[in-house]
Design a protein around this ligand. Sequence first.
Ligand code: ZN
Length: 340
Amino acid sequence: MFAADLGVLDRHVGLEGRVITPLRRRDSLILAESVSALAGEPPITRQAYHVSAGANEPPLHRVVIHTAECDCAPGAATGIGNYFAQASSGGSAQYGVDPDAEGHYVHEAAIAWHAPPNQFSIGVEIAGRAAFTSAQWASAPVQAALTRAAARTADLCHRYGLPVVWLSAADLLAGRRGITGHVCVSRAWHQTDHTDPGPNFPVVAFLQLVQAYLHAIPAPHPAPHPPAPRPGNTLVQALQRAAHVAATGHWDRASDVAFARLRDTHPASGATAVRALQRQVGVTADGIWGPITDRAVHGAIVALQKALHQVADGIWGPHTQAAFAVARAKLYLRSVVRRR
Ligand SMILES: [Zn+2]
């Protein structure tokens, strides 16, 4: 069944292999296998032979939907994988779906040969044909494959922050991110003349399916319950206030980012941060980090360490995340003071 369609599939992806020559052809199975899986990526089911040199790293621009130009029947995803695994295939894509299964042929971080320019895109091959009528797209097996493709597309949109919008050729040329068909990539850049997934591909229904899956995906990191503030955390709170983030007393990623921003964009605000810290530790708030401030901060750290039942050596070592962050903030403040 599938073997009979292989010739058509060959033409479909083989053409991509030929017109892809602007990309470097330092492509091999070794290169393809050298790329490792990204977080959340499913395991490879059958490694495709062809990938391009270079990285397909975030931010990704688009998911490109294809029809594999084969019957939409069980076993097609395996057949697509078997085909892509050959050196003679001249094409590849990250994913393929049929009514029963999904194949994963190229790591997401690798550049597959599916709709040039291929970098920053993920190709999803649906077992089916660009010539399908609306009735054929609505048939049960094709709907099942479409559902699989939508689930994978939702997962990709979720993990790469891609909006669930269908991109026209103009959108693509304008640099917009989202979901598109091979036909739109062809019209945008004219590197292939492929028209898949075809004029009757149910774009609206597909996007609705993707949205439905996206809503069903749980948040990856549910907000942790904030721990109760400890008495010694006023020092951290002072630093957080200086960096204009919520003074929770717990040094978190937001605090880190805020301090980095302060450092990069408003070095003078460092003095303000020092003043806030000085007020917190009870010394003259002149904004200059000198020996008096140093001693006072040391004392505050000792007090904080005692409050946290740690070794009260005044050296805020790498024992806790908060400790690490305070030491880092202190180093940062020192660097600001030196620059003045
Ligand atoms: Zn295609």
